[in-house]
Design a protein around this ligand. Structure first.
Ligand SMILES: [Zn+2]
Ligand SMILES: [Zn+2]
Length: 115
């Protein structure tokens, strides 16, 4: 049986290391957050913060390298308030979420906004 230790608040998680159930839940919450109204947005982000263990984050994103064609496949999940996060595409008019690169990718191979 695993011993549960009190882990310090993390700043990054990884989509790949989530269970498939949690990956599904992550995708659903992100989809809902993307289309949520102002009152629904924060509770969804809070649920994502708990799900990913990023308890101090108010706003969460997965590295756009995961879905970008030509992306490096990075699956980092991170607090969007981290220094070094790069916006690769701004949100669509009816959506809340921009596409973001994690600080590591933003440093190593930043992508220009193609809008
Ligand atoms: Zn990344
Ligand atoms: Zn990358």
């Amino acid at each position: 049986m695993a011993v549960m230790t009190h882990a310090p608040a993390r700043l990054e998680a990884n989509y790949r290391t989530l269970s498939t159930d949690d990956q599904d839940r992550f995708d659903q919450l992100m989809e809902r957050a993307d289309h949520a109204g102002p009152h629904d947005y924060q509770p969804l982000m809070d649920a994502l913060a708990v799900l990913t263990g990023l308890f101090t984050a108010r706003d969460i994103a997965r590295c756009s390298c995961w879905t970008d064609t030509g992306g490096c496949g990075c699956a980092a999940i991170f607090d969007t308030a981290l220094p070094g996060v790069v916006v690769t595409a701004t949100n669509d008019p009816d959506c809340n979420l921009s596409q973001l690169q994690c600080p590591t990718c933003g440093h190593d191979h930043p992508r220009p906004i193609t809008d």
